[in-house]
Design a protein around this ligand. Structure first.
Ligand SMILES: [Zn+2]
Length: 79
């Protein structure tokens, strides 16, 4: 009888950890999906390339894909 209880306990603990792991993986996947959904694409004002907003350089209301295009683009707009 004690032996059976011991096995039931072990099984319960294993089931608990397996469920917790599955829940964690599910939450991670959901979070990743949410991140994918909320990416906003912006357009570089110099070359017209679309880039994710978090990778873009946004300075003084202008959007650039990198520092080179910021330099070239702001030079051409002020000149
Ligand atoms: Zn660019």
């Amino acid at each position: 009888m004690k032996f059976l209880l011991f096995f039931a306990f072990i099984f319960g603990v294993l089931a608990y950890f397996r469920a917790a792991k599955r829940k964690e993986a599910y939450l991670k996947a959901q979070q990743h999906q949410q991140l994918k959904k909320t990416i906003t694409m912006v357009k570089c004002e110099y070359c017209g390339t679309h880039i994710p907003e978090h990778e873009a350089l946004i300075r003084h209301g202008h959007i650039w894909c990198d520092e080179e295009h910021e330099r070239l683009g702001s030079h051409s707009t002020t000149a």
